[in-house]
Design a protein around this ligand. Structure first.
Ligand code: PLP
Length: 263
């Protein structure tokens, strides 16, 4: 019998020079889940635990080529899309997604604003993210502010998260996972393709370190899908792993938001 191939995950995302979030967090999360991590770097941030001071995008041709060459040799069992930054980059990512075999799971983390408050998605890129990426997404993983932004709603109080997940689902992804790490309940709400809802309870870790928590969550989710878990099970694992990574987060590096520790 042939040996089982190690699953391969691809992150299409942006580098964080501080090592806390972005590509660096994604590759650590892939390693922690036991899959082979690969990356198509679409942009660079000059970033510390305190601030993002500069952002540059990689050329569209280079974005597509990174995906093409990885696919051709290693194959890709699941994709995570993270910070994409600009409209032009989103177009290149959409072109790259066309290269994937049908049925490859795509996890989209709609990164918009950093924990530090830095804006990570250009103002004019919102429509491209919604129009070009959401319809080809297996599961989108917004936190509450991102979910509200996706549907163009202001924060209301109280928020009906299941109704919000339904509104996001109407934009075209197969499934929606509204993450709850920032809410009092710490509950994730998963709306599956058939319209059913799964509530994933969690524990808040207010004394943890959360920089990179969203990246770690969505990458772990992609890795668990690559390993063959059904979506609800993969979401449960991602919730638990990201929660532990926050709890174990490194409060002893940098002057600002400490990074999660997934390993
Ligand atoms: N920098 C990059 C490159 C990211 O991809 C992200 C989030 O996805 C962040 C910063 C923000 O991370 P956080 O909000 O966890 O601080």
């Amino acid at each position: 019998m042939a040996a089982r191939r190690t699953p391969v995950c691809l992150t299409i995302a942006t580098s964080d020079s501080g090592g806390g979030a972005g590509i660096q967090a994604d590759l650590k999360a892939f390693a922690a889940s036991g899959v082979q991590g690969t990356s198509a770097i679409v942009g660079l941030t000059a970033q510390s635990t305190v601030a993002v001071t500069r952002i540059e995008q990689v050329s569209p041709a280079m974005i597509v080529e990174q995906v093409r060459v990885v696919l051709e040799d290693l194959g890709v069992d699941a994709v995570k899309i993270g910070m994409v930054g600009t409209r032009e980059t989103i177009e290149a990512v959409a072109t790259a997604l066309d290269l994937l075999p049908d049925g490859t799971p795509v996890v989209l983390d709609p990164v918009m604003v950093a924990e530090s408050g830095a804006r990570l998605l250009a103002a004019d890129a919102h429509d491209a993210l919604v129009g070009r990426l959401l319809p080809r997404t297996t599961v989108v993983t917004p936190n509450l502010p991102e979910a509200l932004a996706l549907v163009g709603r202001a924060a209301a109080d109280p928020i009906d998260v299941s109704a919000l997940a339904e509104e996001v689902a109407a934009l075209g992804p197969d499934a929606v996972l509204v993450t709850g790490g920032h809410r009092e309940t710490a509950e994730d709400v998963l709306r599956l393709e058939d319209g059913s809802l799964v509530r994933l309870p969690g524990v808040r870790h207010p004394d943890g370190a959360a920089h990179g928590s969203g990246c770690t969550h969505s990458s772990t989710l992609a890795a668990q899908l690559a390993l063959g878990l059904p979506l609800a099970e993969a979401a449960r694992v991602a919730r638990a792993v990201a929660g532990e990574a926050v709890r174990n987060g490194r409060r002893d590096v940098g002057a600002g938001a400490g990074p999660v520790d997934v390993l």
